[in-house]
Ligand binder design. Structure first.
Ligand code: ADP
Length: 226
């Protein structure tokens, strides 16, 4: 599904964020990427989302070089990817329902689809009872679950979860990881970045280790070695 072919990224100030990074992620895979701060994880995710360009090499999404796509096709690509962030990024003045329906409206979905799919997405993350609550009325774990519901509601092919448990306590971290696993079991590809050794050890899924912009390990069964 995703192919990185000798991808190098050098920023304008000459800092080398990625150096000849090559790997493939298959449909339905669950890949974790670990690395110290500055190792290149965010840069790698930004290249998948075409928020930045590689200096050399190619990034393919289903065999298409995403950095050669015409601008007008980028919204379509991005709709195939659901994103989850450490800081949740919910709209504070909107309820859970509105936060999720907003993403559906942006994707051109009908009112009938919104009425049907928002409760379904919240049900999947175990948060149906919070449908009319505002973010300020939710715990961190609940906010992240709404953010996950928003990320999955348009049925993306890929979920990118960038440090999704960075602001959560161990119990909520465990729950969020279980939800990501469930989404993956239902067929969606997941790419997760994390600093959390416990998360990696409990997942027992493929782990790529980045050090100074290079892949130093690619383990089939979760190992957090840093
Ligand atoms: P991580 O997400 O693993 O913390 P990043 O991808 O953010 O790593 O950063 C990798 C390297 O690239 C670091 O040395 C960082 O300072 C540098 N870097 C990241 N973004 C920029 C930028 N916009 N301009 C210049 N250097 C950057």
């Amino acid at each position: 599904m995703i192919v990185f072919d000798k991808v190098t990224k050098i920023y304008s100030d000459n800092s080398k964020a990625l150096e000849k990074v090559s790997f493939e992620v298959g449909h339905g895979e669950f890949l974790s990427i670990v690395g110290q701060s500055g190792a290149g994880k965010s840069t790698l995710l930004k290249l998948i989302l075409v928020e930045d360009e590689p200096s050399d090499g190619q990034v393919l999404f289903d065999k298409v070089n995403v950095h050669e796509l015409p601008r007008r096709e980028l919204p379509h690509l991005r709709r195939r990817i659901g994103c989850i962030f450490q800081d949740f990024r919910l709209l504070p003045d909107k309820t859970a329902f509105e936060n999720i329906s907003f993403a559906m409206e942006a994707a051109g979905r009908s009112d009938a689809e919104i009425e049907a799919d928002v409760p379904h997405a919240l049900d999947l993350v175990g948060l149906k009872q919070k449908i009319w609550s505002f973010p300020r009325e939710m715990s961190g774990g609940e906010k992240q679950r709404v953010a996950i519901a928003r990320a999955i509601v348009n049925q993306p092919d890929l979920i990118i979860a960038d440090e999704p448990t960075g602001n959560l306590d161990p119990l909520n971290t465990f729950e969020i990881v279980q939800i990501l696993k469930k989404i993956n079991d239902l067929g969606t590809t997941v790419i997760l970045t994390t600093h959390n050794k416990g998360v990696i050890d409990s997942l027992k899924k493929r782990v790529i280790t980045l050090e100074n912009g290079r892949i130093t390990r690619d383990d089939e069964h979760g190992k957090y070695v840093l």
